[in-house]
Write a protein that binds this ligand. Sequence first.
Ligand code: C2E
Ligand code: MG
Ligand code: MG
Ligand code: MG
Length: 290
Amino acid sequence: LLLPMGLLVSTLLVGLVIWVSRQRLSPEKELAIAIRKREFVVHYQPIIDLSNGRCVAAEALLRWRRPDGRWIGPDLFIPLAEETGLISPLTDLLIERVIEDQAALLRADRDLHISINISARDLESGRFLPVLTEAVTRSGVAPSQIWIEATEQGFIRAEIAAGAVEAARAAGHMVAIDDFGTGYSSLSLLQGLPLDALKIDKSFVEAIATDAATSVVTPHIIDMAHGLKLRIIAEGVETREQEAYLRAAGVRLAQGWLYSHALPASEFATFHQDRKVQGGGASARRARAR
Ligand code: C2E
Ligand code: MG
Ligand code: MG
Ligand code: MG
């Protein structure tokens, strides 16, 4: 009896020490450890072609799954990663995960794309591009199947940004400006950058068909994007009314809860398969219901 008791006590003690030490870690340390331990998964939010209801792409969205089972959203850890320089290894991990999750599907459907979020610091350092190129080449995915999106913040230092965008496009990727309209100096930035696409922030989609002051702005963003020959992706589409408005305004691509939340890789594969055949089958309905 003594031996198992001793074992039990020492196990509890070791557990306690680990628990206490984890409690005392700074958020930065915790994040660094989590990256080293690869505690991140990627969920995929379908992007729909409004002209035929097909799923033509997905946005890769990181989630931190802690060992205690708690999920932490990117709004909490991405800013921390950006402040501390941990974004670079995190972006490497993102690229690795996306290729691991999606290479087979991307090889099987050359018309499918995955869009990844790249931070301002990634754009500045440029380090993500050789990592991405290596991963794409190794896995037999076409570079054109990986889209890159970065917020206006990423494009503020215009000379650096233009070079980074050029390099990414030269490598075959489509580059989009994300959350358009939420930052500042949007208009002057747009003229100077060799972009392919613009993502309308969900606040402007939300304002459609309401009397919010923002609703006046939405058609101008769309017109301007068309004028600049940019592809448009509307984000945060939640209602049929918003969808109808966007389609009528000539917006081709959309994502949002109307179609699906971000899905784990295997569920996205089912959703995509469904949406290839018709404008949404059983799994699409399930995804909407989540
Ligand atoms: P984002 O790039 O603008 O991503 C869209 C966000 O809107 C996602 O939140 C998504 O879940 C949410 N969303 C999608 N559809 C709807 C809708 O119909 N209604 C509403 N209300 N929300 C919707 P999430 O996943 O929490 O991501 C938050 C932000 O974190 C992202 O905003 C992006 O800026 C950043 N982020 C996520 N993953 C990464 C990553 O891998 N790298 C970097 N650098 N940033 C990331
Ligand atoms: Mg994004
Ligand atoms: Mg947004
Ligand atoms: Mg966005």
